[in-house]
Design a protein around this ligand. Sequence first.
Ligand code: THU
Length: 128
Amino acid sequence: MEDPLLVAARKTRDNASARFSNFKVGAALEDADGRIHTGCNVENATYGLTVCAERVAVFKAISEGARGFTRVAVVADTDTLTPPCGACRQILWEFCGDIDVVLVNLHGKTETYRLKDLFPKPFDASFL
Ligand code: THU
């Protein structure tokens, strides 16, 4: 049976509002209780106000009171699997720590990384 986290990320990708780039992304974040929080990219006519799928998932989860995350899945329609952008790595690091980042495409190809390997020298609250 397919991992529910990947199923959720792929399903949420269908909700992406990506009329400027046509690049749809879905994300799903698993919390300590095993609950799944989803997000898709939401674009904007100014372009710059676009929010990526990963950040939507994190902010939704935090706003629902979820804490203690274990994995995030990111789904896009690319042969070379799509990793989180720099801004999303920062937000994932601050709210989730060194979680598993599971990259997936529509053909079921997956690769899993630790966030620390994708974001090796983070700035975070420990500096403040
Ligand atoms: N995007 C994401 O949602 N997540 C990523 O990991 C990479 C990029 C979105 C932002 C924008 O809507 C579109 O993909 C093209 O950059």
